[in-house]
Design a protein around this ligand. Sequence first.
Ligand code: GLC
Length: 566
Amino acid sequence: MTNLHNEWWRKATIYQIYPKSFCDIGGKGTGDIQGIISKLDYLHALGIDAIWLTPIYCSPMIDNGYDISDYYNINPDFGCMADFDQLLLTAHQKGIRIILDIVVNHTSTEHQWFQSAIADKNSPYRDYYIWQDPKNGREPNNWQSKFGGNAWKFDQKSGQYYLHLFAEQQADLNWENPKVRAEVENIISFWAEKGVDGFRLDVINLISKQPSFPEDESDGRKFYTDGPRAHEYLQRLSESVFNKYGSVTVGEMSSTSLAHCQQYSATDATELSMVFNFHHLKTDYKNGDKWTNAPLDLLQLKQIFNYWQQGMYNKGWSALFWCNHDQPRIVSRFGDDKKYRVQSAKMLANALHMMQGTPYIYQGEEIAMTNPHYQSISQYRDLESINMHRIMLEEGKTEQQVMAILANKSRDNSRTPMQWNKKDQAGFSDVQPWITVASNYPEINVEDALLDQNSVFYHYQRLLILRKQLDVICWGDYQDLCPEHEQLFCYQRTTPEQKLLCINNFSAEQVPYALPDSLCLENTRVIIANYNSPEQVDRNGQVVNSLASKAITLRPFESLVLLEAV
Ligand code: GLC
């Protein structure tokens, strides 16, 4: 029986790096591995335990590395294997672990397996991919690519279609073929042998497709999401690789369910360590459609967190996150990226970091970087955004409407260069970067954040320390204190020894709130807050971390975390 308390990652915080936009030492306008090495002290100061690197392998970069053409080598744009080895060694010396991104639902069509498969129907690699004959002279079914359009691409030469759930340059691998599964084991073992500490598994719940490829009344996702053999495949990988090397693993689960996630991340370590799901980030979609502008539905957000926090308790383990390289910046999304940028960023951080799970910080989140508010389609680089721009125009939206949607929903919102300082290009590069720097870098950058004791950076630093110090953050159960409240998100975490209350105002208004009757104020103190208010400093200038009354009024985006010793 695993002793959960011995697993380092349950009290850890992981920092995600999107290398292309992190730090450019080579002067190419794109970030590189040496750039990452140069910032390890900064990350160490933040207090993170591990880095998740998005893909750094050889790739034509159609989807910025999620289209891998060689799993065993480093993309020269990022450096070479010696650079990677140096990163691993240096990070380890500083006590930082390295997690690599493994993309094995699909490969680039430039991968030699696919090149061989498409060149010759009798190639031993043909069956590495998913080929189907046309049906009634058309695509084998109506499944849709996640990046828009049909998910099948016709190959003139063989007269068959291949499946691509993402871009047509990302061909889905055929996991039914045991040779594919053996290749995947070899790839992961290769990196684990090098000393890599863990893996983030890209869209890993899509690897098992319904083998009859049925037509769907919708986009087909129910026939390949959490598919028939997904658990079996993960159990085998876990046995043959992850458990052998002691790797931490986090699976990216697209459109998944609680029951599946309980199983993927079960505490007996038969599959993965933890899982990402995205339901909480669909609370600003209109009718389930990402490509719309709708305000946050706070009640729904709370309901989703409640469902997952309670559902995973003692059963599985969640990866907690607001941001990643596919999501807009959270402060622009659920906060206020102008007047209350700092307060709302800290509030959002508290709201997430007091939950059960392993939190992830996406580069720049710790200084509350914002969406760049691009004005022209020429500034976008992401293929999904460019596809959707075309599709939304075809559907009859105006250019202005489409640009307004992209400004809120595009994946490029999070891919702008990291803002290090006030110098040109925000100190990211000496040359014009591959994607435009957000214009607010003179005000929002790491250098300034480090000089300001009240910055968002130091707030995150404190949250990371609290997670290590307080068992209740790691192990407490979860209870929503005001599920029906339109502006507040307040929840409680409890162990037999401690009670923690996380009180958050998601609005720009003043909101009264009565703390629960059961709370004993004498035993309660504020452990982190986001306002340096007169109320928290007494006449002698001493910080007062206790509350005078249970009737409180929360200021715009105010957040308080209270700890009661019970
Ligand atoms: C995941 C990645 C995303 C990528 C997609 C296809 O969702 O996070 O960036 O485009 O998988 O690999």
